[in-house]
Every structure is written in C-alpha cells, then in structure tokens.
Design a protein around this ligand. Structure first.
Ligand SMILES: O=C(O)CCC(=O)C(=O)O
Length: 284
C-alpha cells in the first residue's frame, strides 16, 4: 500500500493517482445499491436540470449521465470514509489543516453515455460563472476525487485523463487550444481504472473527460471535492450572496451545490462534520 507521501508525489508529477480500498469490499455493494436507488428516485429532476442548462446554451458534462447533487442529504452510508486518513492526509499535504468538502454528488453513467469535453474542474473550468481566469498560476487550489462504486475499466467509461496537463495554465473548457480538440481523443490519454471502493484523486487542473460506457451495466461513482479553508467556496453555495451575484443575476452556469441539511449533518461522524460545517443549511 502506498504511503501518503508516495501518493502526493504521483499527484505532483502526473496530476492523479488511485487509492485502493477506501470503501471496504464488504461494504461497497451496499453503498452502490443505495446510491443507485437514490439517484433513480431523483432522475427526473436531474434530467430537467440538465435540459434547462443546455437550453440556456451552457455546456455541461455528457448525455446519458444521471446525477444526484449533494447526495449526502439523502444518504450518509458512505460518510465515514470521507475522512479516510489517506485521503485527508493527501489533501492536508497540499492545503494544510482545516480541509473542507465542496461537493458530494452521485453520478450514474448509463451504457452508451456520450463522451464529454476535455476540461479542468472548478475553479479552473472557464465555462463557470465563477472561475480563476486563464492563464492561471501554477497552484493547486482544489482536489477532485471520483469514488468508484463499480469497478472502473476502459470498457465501462473509466475517466479519460491527460497525465501532466495539470501544470498547464489553461484548459480546453475555453475552446480549442493550439489545435487540441476539446471533444476528440488525445494521443496521450490514459484511463482511470480500479476496483470498486477505490478513489481516483486528481489535481482539479488536470485535463479530463467523461468516457463512453461501452459495457452493458451502469458505471456508478461519487464525485467528492476537497478544498482548503482559504479557497472561497461562497460562489458555489446556492443561497450565498456571491452565488446570487455571480450566477443567478448573470444567468450563468456554475459549479454549485445546495447546503447540507441540519438533520443529515447531525448524523455524520464528528470528524466528517468538520469537513461540512461551513455549509450547513440555515433555518428559514
Ligand atoms: O465521471 C467521470 O468519469 C468524470 C467526471 C468529470 O468529468 C467531473 O467530475 O468533472
């Protein structure tokens, strides 16, 4: 098993790494079942939101992917693992103490989902209303993770990744760069692969894309992102004044999430509460 330091070095070098066994083998099946059921129960909402975003002319992920945003409000079955020592150790190695979670979404990539566009994540994704304008400095300010609830393979849509691209000061969310097609394959692309229960960690600047699921079963994952205390998350928080100003009033598209309900928060283990306490819903 790799040490925190070894993972950190690989993320520095390649922009990504995989931590195996974060959710134990005997638990991951139950997590999968629960997440699939919750996402299915909210799928109509997910489709309506994606259609509305497209109707406004905004670019979003990929057709054929069902989403449940801030799924921690529906189920806390995976919550104990969010504060996994290795994951938090890696985040703290980059950011220092007082790390926070900015996103806990569920994604279900159905067989035949379309390929997504190459992009970096918020706050580097230039399609978002709030973003660090490119060319941006060579600093990682957000850490993205994708939690594999099914095995990830090249066949079932293991994420496309471009190793080393995290050191660039731009990404293709802004359109073609030096002849690089945001919608096409890349010569050096790699795939995120691993057993269910593993977590792909990447520098949010890494160029990556949703891959088509060419298997006959869903590829299911959690999208969790870790941020330092010093990154302003307010533009991503529905209801916060910066979100209203930068997203609602401009009609823009954004990286955003609803607050965590007090009841859901109360059910979290104490060490996980500290990752969410910045984002607890205020009573009306
Ligand atoms: O689900 C995946 O494979 C990729 C998701 C993605 O592109 C993202 O979270 O930004």
């Amino acid at each position: 098993m790799a040490t925190v330091q070894e993972h950190v070095e690989r993320i520095h070098e390649r922009g990504y790494d995989v931590v195996a066994g974060v959710i134990p083998e005997d638990v991951v099946g139950d997590v999968l079942e629960e997440i699939v059921a919750v996402q299915a129960a909210h799928n109509a909402e997910s489709e309506a939101r994606q259609a509305a975003t497209r109707a406004k002319g905004h670019r979003i992920g990929a057709k054929g992917v069902g989403v449940r945003k801030q799924v921690i409000n529906d189920t806390q079955i995976f919550a104990p693992y969010l504060a996994d020592d290795t994951l938090v150790g890696i985040a703290e190695a980059f950011f220092g103490e007082y790390v926070r979670i900015s996103c806990t979404d569920a994604v279900v990539n159905h067989p035949g989902n379309e390929r997504g566009y190459w992009h970096a994540d918020w706050p580097y994704n230039q399609t978002n209303a709030s973003h660090i304008r490119a060319p941006y400095p060579d600093v990682m300010v957000h850490m993205s993770t994708i939690w594999m609830l099914t095995d990830f393979s090249a066949e079932n849509g293991g994420t496309f990744l471009r190793p080393g691209s995290h050191r660039q000061s731009v990404n293709p969310s802004m359109g073609e760069i030096d002849g690089f097609d945001p919608d096409g394959p890349a010569d050096d692309e790699e795939r995120a692969e691993g057993k269910a229960g593993s977590v792909l960690i990447y520098d949010s600047r890494l160029w990556h894309a949703v891959a088509p699921n060419e298997s006959d079963a869903d590829r299911v994952a959690l999208i969790v992102r870790y941020a330092p205390w010093w990154l302003n998350l307010n533009p991503s928080m529905v209801g916060a004044p910066e979100h209203t100003q930068m997203v609602v009033e401009t009609g823009g598209k954004n990286y955003e999430s609803v607050p965590i309900d007090q009841n859901a928060f109360d059910r979290l283990p104490e060490n996980v509460q500290s990752l969410y306490r910045h984002f607890v819903a205020q009573p009306d």
